[in-house]
Design a protein around this ligand. Structure first.
Ligand SMILES: [Zn+2]
Length: 220
């Protein structure tokens, strides 16, 4: 089965997906991580992505899908997979639906983390990432024990260029125009669940745990 976690940049998708992984033993596929992994390992797809990014272009839907597909196929069949950051536009949602139909994979649900723009901006500006292992930090809620050093691997902690203020405004605009319409795609599926992502981390986690339980029951 597949579980989608959706929401604006900074809505807490990655953090909540990690929570679900821990709680439920699902597997997480984050497109950002997948891109970075392929670039780092210089795979053919990774080189294509590097070239696209270097030329100032975006990674096209087909390439993104190929990357996600490799990960989906590598995951054990009996395990539920969380997609974090995918699909990013209605076209990608269609491609995924087609793939799931062919593979006879069920959609467990679509968790939409609804968060106001102010909250999102405040969250992103405090977000940091480890250069070594990709662990995420937050300067307010999830500080590393030692400044600028990753708790998990000792790697350097940095702010992604994407998370710098001038880029955040652009990302939110892209989200509103391209990703928000994806929700319409799932509206009629009755698997779409809206969660108030503006609440505290713990409250959101509780809401998510309840939702997943209900979704699992409704599919069994
Ligand atoms: Zn690390």
């Amino acid at each position: 089965m597949i579980l989608l976690v959706m929401g604006a940049p900074g809505a807490g998708k990655g953090t909540q997906a990690d929570f679900i992984v821990e709680k439920k033993g699902f597997i997480k596929i984050s497109t950002g991580d997948v891109f970075r992994k392929h670039i780092r390992e210089k795979t053919p797809l990774g080189q294509k992505v590097s070239e696209l990014i270097a030329s100032g272009g975006l990674v096209d839907d087909q390439t993104t899908f190929e990357l996600v597909k490799v990960e989906l196929e590598g995951a054990p069949k009996e395990q539920t997979v969380i997609l974090d950051g995918y699909p990013r536009n209605p076209k990608q949602a269609e491609m995924l639906a087609e793939y799931m139909k062919v593979e006879k994979t069920q959609l467990l649900g679509v968790l939409f983390l609804d968060v106001s723009q102010e909250v999102v901006e405040a969250r992103i500006s405090n977000r940091r990432l480890c250069r070594g292992c990709g662990a995420t930090y937050h300067l307010e809620y999830k500080k590393p024990a030692k400044e600028d050093v990753c708790d998990a691997c000792g790697g350097e902690i940095y702010q992604r260029r994407d998370d710098q203020p001038e880029n955040v405004i652009h990302r939110l605009k892209v989200y509103r125009e391209e990703t928000a319409p994806v929700l319409d795609f799932y509206k009629d599926s009755r698997r779409l669940v809206e969660i108030d992502g503006g609440k505290s981390l713990e409250e959101v986690q509780n809401l998510i745990a309840d939702c997943i339980e209900k979704l699992e029951k409704s599919i069994a």
